[in-house]
Design a protein around this ligand. Structure first.
Ligand code: NAD
Ligand code: TYD
Length: 368
């Protein structure tokens, strides 16, 4: 049976990738993409679907409970997939309030709307799903030889970002336990891929190399992250929506741990190779050190560490594998190659999100 999805945060990095994944795989479904278009949201991420008859974009804030309720009713939504969040740890350190508002109060607003329409008004008491997209960062930090995070690892969030996500996970759980809302939650490791906002490590390094800018490494660069290609996150959520048990949480990851310094060096090497193989890049990015046959690694600059920086994240995806049959489709080798190629082919995208012209364009489009 076809579904009607409400996807929050649809114009962000993972939300947009999820919308593309879903509409390609399930063309008979209807997708309503909702986004407040904060600095991290980019309507251009949805360009290839925006004119499809089974897609609707709604510019709204998840804190606006009335709008969410109206959409659930008018669009007869049966599946809500909740990506919308403030997502950057560094921003949560300098300004935590927005994280509490969107990630905690915003998630609660969605839960209240879903409960009211699906359960209290009995519009869909039996066949709905509220899927909450969360992060491995709620589990805190690991020592080098600790086992990876499983679904039973106690929560120990260390940043305002991860604390706000942890709070939202608990609220989602409580709406299932107390009111019977049909929820599932996924906790995923670090994603990378197309449409990743260039304040995050991987796209920041790619774009800084092209502009001959320093590659800032926090602290000693030995912090470890577990990287997953973004469409494999979408695939994991797809399996949870199809086969996951209501009330359960699933950890999604690809067993792919990298120290930050090693991943930055790898990107430098791959970028240098791209410049050697493709002479057109030298014309397009003449200031890049790689364009002068130099070594991008020379741009690496060690800077002050992030306060409270978590040392290591790693996901144990055993439950998703055994219960849902989850196995990521992309290896790190194929995923990072696709990512570099995407950034090299989509210069106008990352330039527009970085220089503010995109924000001006949105203001004109939406009359704000
Ligand atoms: P992102 O910052 O790229 O996108 C977030 C989107 O949410 C943006 O489009 C933004 O405009 C929108 N948004 C923010 N506040 C909103 C509000 N109040 N109302 C409506 N829309 C709002 O983030 P992302 O990396 O795509 O992350 C998506 C989700 O996945 C988040 O919940 C994040 O916690 C989770 N997650 C991310 C990662 C990762 O590596 N990026 C890993 C695991 C889990
Ligand atoms: P980030 O992409 O911000 O994701 P998260 O903090 O949610 O894991 O950062 C990934 C890792 O890279 C993290 O350990 C912080 C580090 N980092 C740097 O060393 N330099 C940078 O400029 C950035 C943005 C991150």
């Amino acid at each position: 049976m076809s579904k009607v999805l409400l996807v929050t945060g649809a114009a962000g990095f993972i939300g947009a990738n999820f919308v593309h994944y879903w509409m390609e795989k399930y063309p008979e479904d209807r997708v309503v993409g909702l986004d407040a278009l904060t600095y991290a949201g980019n309507i251009a991420n949805l360009d290839s679907v925006k004119n499809k008859s089974n897609f609707l974009f709604v510019h709204a804030n998840i804190l606006d409970q009335d709008t969410i309720e109206s959409l659930l009713r008018s669009e007869k939504v049966d599946t809500l997939v909740h990506f919308a969040a403030e997502s950057h740890v560094d921003r949560s350190i300098s300004g935590p309030d927005a994280f509490l508002e969107t990630n905690i109060m915003g998630t609660h607003s969605l839960l209240k709307a879903a409960k009211k329409v699906w359960l209290d008004e009995a519009l869909n008491p039996l066949n709905h799903r509220f899927h909450h997209v969360s992060t491995d960062e709620v589990y805190g930090t690991l020592k080098p030889n600790d086992p990876p995070f499983s679904e039973t690892t106690p929560y120990a969030p260390n940043s305002p970002y991860s604390a706000s996500k942890a709070a939202s996970d608990h609220l989602v759980r409580s709406y299932h336990h107390t009111y019977g809302l049909q929820v599932t939650t996924s906790n995923c490791s670090n994603n990378y891929g197309p449409f990743h906002f260039p304040e995050k490590l991987i796209p920041l390094v790619i774009t800084n190399i092209l502009f001959d800018k320093a590659l800032p490494i926090y602290g000693d660069g030995q912090q470890i992250r577990d990287w997953l290609y973004v469409s494999d996150h979408a695939y994991g959520i797809d399996l949870i929506l199809g086969k996951g048990e209501v009330g359960e949480t699933y950890n999604i990851g690809g067993i792919n741990e990298w120290a930050n310094i090693d991943i930055v060096k790898l990107i430098c090497k791959l970028m240098d190779e791209s410049f050697k193989q493709n002479s057109e890049l030298k014309d397009r990015f003449p200031s890049a050190i790689a364009a002068m046959n130099g070594n991008s690694e020379s741009l690496i600059t060690f800077v002050k560490d992030r306060p409270g920086h978590d040392r290591r994240y790693a996901i144990d995806p055993k439950k998703a594998n055994e219960v849902l049959g989850y196995v990521p489709k992309d290896s790190f080798e194929t995923g990072i190659k696709k990512t570099l190629d995407w950034y090299l082919s989509n210069e106008s995208w990352w330039k527009s999100v970085m220089d503010g012209s995109y924000q001006e364009w949105v203001s004109k489009q939406y009359g704000e």
